[in-house]
Design a protein around this ligand. Sequence first.
Ligand code: B12
Ligand code: SF4
Ligand code: SF4
Length: 254
Amino acid sequence: MELTKLVKNHAKALGCDLVGVCSIEALKEWEEEGKRILPNASSVVVVGCRLSRAAIDSDNIRMAQFDTHCVYDKLDRILNGLSVFLEDKGFLAVSLPLYLPIKMTKETQGLIGDISLRHAAVEAGLGEMGLNRLLLTKRFGPRIRLGAVLTTAPVNPDHRFTEKLCNDCGECIKACPAGAITEDGNVDVRKCARVILKYALPGLVRFVPSLVGKSVDEVWEATREPFLWEIWQTMTYGTFYNCFECIKACPIGK
Ligand code: B12
Ligand code: SF4
Ligand code: SF4
């Protein structure tokens, strides 16, 4: 069987819902980083795994957090399986991080990934970037998580996605508790981060100063705060996201 078909069939067999390919050149401003990560890389295999509609729609946020955790776990295994498959075929392949680890510098503040998976997904034909700045797909709307493998394998690229899926209804703008999404389709990522990462590093930074100058007994007393327990469970379990409203509000794929 032809290599492109073999790779896509394998990705599907590993459990992804969507798979597409783009060339390294199609990554445009991320091409240089792609070539730094893997010299002689020629293609990016982009995969998508659906989120549970019920979990996203639930009024209990822990359902969406847990489902996201499960989907990331699944994507970890799919990407690793694809990389091993490609290397067994004699090519080089590297899985890109789904969200962490991410480059930490003063300029980027952990807000820019090594390669933007949403842009790679558009180039690989998986969907369109909506007003909420998420990848919208025909079947699942924005209820999809992305992953990608960079490879030297000469896999044939798909066509860039050019259809219009977002209907500009503005539901994502109305739903965003941070007021982070604007009508021109921009997202103020710092406003968003303050909400979704409430119990991650920003939470810790807020909590630690409250302990300064306290006696041991007072510190013990302070550790009874649910805010600290939320930080503890966020950091130990990795359920970093504290908001899913721009996914939930979007009618596409429902
Ligand atoms: C850092 C990060 C964050 C940060 C910062 C967000 C950011 N910079 O976009 C924070 C913590 C705030 C965040 C929030 C969220 N995130 Co986030 N995040 C990432 C991460 C790790 C990197 C994003 C990145 O590098 N962006 C780079 C910048 C440059 O992209 P941009 O700002 O959108 O680019 C604009 C312009 O620069 C320009 N542009 C620049 N270069 C190019 C190139 C081309 C070819 C084109 C056409 C345009 C273009 O167009 C863009 C649109 O205007 C990605 C995983 C990954 N590696 O991609 C996940 C990721 C984007 N997050 C994801 C999700 C779901 C979320 C949240 C919903 C949180 C949640 N509950 O799950 C929110 C959504 C916020 C929103 N509406 O955008 C998913 C998105 C899935 C999807 N269906 O699209 C991803 C892909 C994770 C994954 N593995 O699935 N995230
Ligand atoms: S994740 Fe929440 S805070 Fe961030 S842009 Fe979406 S709706 Fe707004
Ligand atoms: S909620 Fe409406 S405006 Fe926002 S991305 Fe979805 S379709 Fe587009």
